[in-house]
Each structure stands twice: as C-alpha cells, then as structure tokens.
Design a protein around this ligand. Structure first.
Ligand SMILES: [Zn+2]
Length: 327
C-alpha cells in the first residue's frame, strides 16, 4: 500500500514532511521554507519510496516540484542528503551546504582515500580486529547505497543569513558531524536543529575525518558537549529536529543528555576497574548486542573515553599502536 505523507505546519512559513528512511532511526523530517524562494532543508535518503513521498509532500503543501529553487543540506549524512542530486537534476534547484559537506558529497578519490585511511587508523588504535574492520566497511558500503554524489553550488558560513530567507541565520553546530549546522530565526526563536538535538533519542557524536587537515582527529563528544552548553544559551521557542517530535524545552532535554553521558561514563569506569582495556573491548562489554552498529557504538565509546581522559578520570597508554585505558 502506498504510504501517505505526514505534513505539518509547525510555525509560520515552515512545512514539515516526515520521510521514511531505510535506517533504524526511522523517518527523517525535512522542511520546506516558504518565502522569496521555495527552499527545502534536507532531502531524505535516495530511495524510490522517499522520492515518492517527498514529491507527494511538496504537492500536498500546495506547490509543484518545479517550484523548488533551493535545497539546503544540514550535514552530509545519507538520510539528509540522498535525494539532493535527483532534486537538482529534476528541478535545477541550487544546493547549499557547509563547505565540508561539499567535499563529502563530491566523493573525489583523494577524499575517499583520506576517509578510508582515517577509519582504518581509528579502528586499529581502538583495538578492532581485522574481521570486525571488514564488518564496519560493510556498514559504510551499505549506507552509501542510500546517498548519491552531488555538487554543492553555494557554501554557507557560520553566522551568514540563508540566501532569499534573510530571517534565517546559519549557526554551525558541530558534534554529531563536523559538517553540521542549524538554522535559527530570531523573530520567533525557532531553530531547525537537524540531528544536533533529538527529543526521543540521544544524537551520536560521530567520529569523522576532518576535511581541512589530516592531523589528528576532533574529539567529537567533547566538542558536542561544548556545543550543547552553547545551545542552552539560545532562546528557543520550538526546536524542529531532523527526527521525531518538536522540542519545547531544550534546556531540560540537554540536561537529561548530560545526565545520560555521566551514567555512560560511570559504566565505563566500572568496566575498566582492575583491568586495562582497549576501546573495542569496552564497547563490546557495554553494547554486547549491537555488533551490527559498530561505527555507532565505537564512536560512543571512544567519545566517552576521550572525555574521561580529558577530565583526568582515567589513564591511556599506547602499546603496539593500540590505545589501552585503565583507572
Ligand atoms: Zn545525521
């Protein structure tokens, strides 16, 4: 049976469409911004079902697909960008994104090589064995099936206003992805948060290679915590997220996220009691039944280990090129 599009108008000039994804997270929310130009924020994954529902949604909102003039991508993940190429091809819309999203979506050989090297090094240091590294490569290949290379036309800087929508300001919000930004409208304090903060599930601070430099890696959980502290200072009447329901009390939600990070940290310290372990060993103990989501659980574990190390709550030593943690 053909699914029906879920359409809502959560605030002035914004239409929300829930598009199904093949991923465990479920639907992704994409947003039409009305104004001088009809603009879509995020796209859904590159599947026929998503395409069908997205085009149905644009029509249900009272537009034709050909009315679409801009596509804004909050970060490079496939559920947010997969249909950008097809939208651009069919409508001629301009694609706008973070400069690093432009590099991820271009998929040039130098960056693919950089990305692969980054993950190989990351997982080796984490003590992941060869068989599991192959499993992880399988996960990445699976994800890429729902994306498509796409040329970004306009890159957006932090603090800039969105072209043709001067009421919306770009706010860089790295952590979940180094390429992530949100959009903020001062007049009624609405924020399009994408995956920066989600009501029903904690957003992962995923480990990613940086585009600008090959040196080291960003400690993304520490960075994400700093960004959440900043977000608490924003007056937000409603936060419209990339997944799930609108957020009405972001300060309380952020405090709950900090509490669960602290609980996770305490679990890790417990696991490390009396025994030195690699990040992989810790991850396997914390998440014994989630081996199909290795990139997620390793980001979650390594992120918390980084944070605990920075706070002096554990020690890290290196042996045979592998990080080993102890308390
Ligand atoms: Zn994401």
């Amino acid at each position: 049976m053909q699914k029906m599009i879920q359409l809502e108008r959560p605030c002035k000039g914004v239409v929300s469409l829930a598009i199904p994804t093949p991923f465990q997270i479920g639907d992704v929310n994409v947003y039409l911004l009305e104004g001088k130009k009809l603009t879509l924020v995020d796209t859904g994954a590159n599947t026929e079902e998503s395409w069908g529902l997205l085009t149905q949604g644009i029509e249900a909102a009272g537009y034709r697909l050909s009315d679409l003039q801009q596509v804004v991508l909050t970060h490079f993940h496939e559920d947010h960008t997969g249909l950008a190429y097809r939208l651009k091809k069919e409508t001629g819309a301009t694609v706008l994104a973070h400069p690093d999203t432009a590099v991820w979506l271009k998929e040039e050989p130098w960056f693919i090589e950089r990305r692969n090297r980054f993950f190989l090094e990351l997982y080796k240091r984490a003590g992941v064995n060869e068989a599991y590294i192959q499993k992880i490569i399988g996960v990445y290949q699976y994800l890429r099936r729902f994306g498509h290379p796409c040329e970004v036309d306009v890159v957006l800087a932090d603090g800039e206003t969105l072209p043709s929508h001067p009421e919306w300001k770009v706010v860089y919000t790295p952590g979940h992805s180094q390429t992530h930004f949100s959009l903020y409208r001062d007049s009624d304090e609405v924020m399009l948060l994408a995956d920066h903060l989600i009501a029903h599930v904690s957003s992962n601070a995923l480990l990613e290679p940086t585009v600008q430099s090959e040196e080291g890696r960003v400690k993304s959980l520490i960075q994400y915590r700093q960004e959440l502290q900043k977000l608490k200072q924003f007056p937000i009447s409603v936060g419209l997220a990339g997944h799930g329901e609108p957020i009405h009390d972001h300060v309380d939600l952020i405090d709950r996220r900090f509490d669960s990070m602290e609980r996770r940290a305490e679990n890790i310290l417990e696991v490390l009691k009396g025994k030195q372990k690699t990040a992989f060993e810790v991850a396997m103990q914390l998440f014994p039944n989630r081996q199909d989501q290795l990139p997620l659980i390793l980001s979650e574990t390594i992120g918390h280990l980084d944070w605990l190390e920075a706070e002096g709550r554990l020690a890290r030593g290196v042996r045979d090129g592998i990080d080993r943690y102890s308390v």
